[in-house]
Write a protein that binds this ligand. Structure first.
Ligand SMILES: [Zn+2]
Ligand SMILES: [Zn+2]
Length: 286
């Protein structure tokens, strides 16, 4: 199984001289088993480059999984090249009440006003599925489970298993416990944390929203984003092998992220900790 980051930034794309090395595109992560259709997690601006690359591969299906429909996870959708190639088929999954509701929510962006195109203008066939947290579903060779996150308006993370490997994508989310309690306080996990760590148990690679520092989080607790120390405690408790800090702040420069990377270079209690970086390719050898 291979993981590749196409966009690692939160909130808004930030091109410029200060974001060249970690990348300025917003959320998009790809997971692929050899010879299988890829799973694409969110369609932030990073999805544009991924879409161009997919045109040159032999697979003609795309499993597109949305965490939620905030714009930084959606900006790249109308610029995702497979949408304009009728030889492709997109299987779109998102938290929602029904397939029609999922299509309608996406259609609020592609409505001829916020974007010149409308959903019916897109040539590639698409099917829609409304997923429910905790209920596993199958997409080709992948078994996927959505997990409920802690974000204004709601968001889902995804745990993807296949080829003997397990990967998870958890953004956007703030900690599941209040400061000083549960895993936030270095104590035993609360009920929601127990459910999430059970879903993550033993994962090879997990990307987690760490847009804030702990101090920023304490000032912006209702914003729905997390910080590295909590992500590390959560993933360590779940015996995750590698944690990738993800959904970087638009204000974080390459120099800021280098400092963060240095701080976590030794890992956390035996767990490897890396920073998600645009273009980084992770081969999980399985
Ligand atoms: Zn976001
Ligand atoms: Zn969001």
């Amino acid at each position: 199984m291979r993981v590749r980051f196409w966009g690692v930034r939160g909130s808004i794309p930030v091109p410029g001289a200060d974001t060249v090395r970690y990348g300025g595109n917003t959320s998009c992560m790809e997971v692929q088993l050899p010879g299988e259709d890829p799973c694409v997690l969110d369609a932030g601006t990073g999805a544009r480059l991924l879409g161009r690359e997919l045109l040159g591969r032999k697979e003609r299906g795309v499993n597109l999984l949305f965490s939620h429909f905030h714009l930084d996870h959606l900006f790249g959708f109308p610029f995702f090249a497979p949408l304009f190639a009728p030889s492709f088929r997109l299987h779109v999954s998102a938290p929602g009440f029904s397939p029609d509701a999922t299509r309608d929510r996406l259609g609020r962006y592609l409505n001829g006003v916020l974007h010149p195109l409308r959903m019916p203008d897109l040539p590639a066939p698409m099917d829609f599925a409304a997923i429910r947290p905790g209920i596993p579903f199958q997409r080709g060779a992948y078994q996927i489970t959505a997990v409920q996150l802690n974000h204004p308006g709601g968001a889902c993370g995804y745990v993807i298993e296949g080829g003997g490997r397990k990967v998870a994508y958890l953004t956007d989310t703030s900690p599941l416990s209040r400061p000083g309690e549960g895993l936030s306080g270095g104590a035993a996990p609360n009920g929601r944390e127990i459910a999430l760590t059970k879903a993550l148990k033993g994962a090879d690679f997990v990307a987690v929203d760490t847009m804030f520092s702990e101090n920023e989080y304490l000032e912006k607790m209702t914003w729905g984003h997390g910080y590295p120390e909590y992500a590390a405690a959560l993933c360590r408790h779940a015996e995750v092998k590698t944690l990738a800090l993800f959904h970087h702040s638009p204000d974080a420069t390459d120099a800021d992220l280098d400092r963060l990377s240095e701080r976590w270079a030794g890992g956390y209690d035996g767990m490897r900790v890396v920073l998600a970086r645009e273009g980084a390719d992770v081969d999980l050898e399985g």
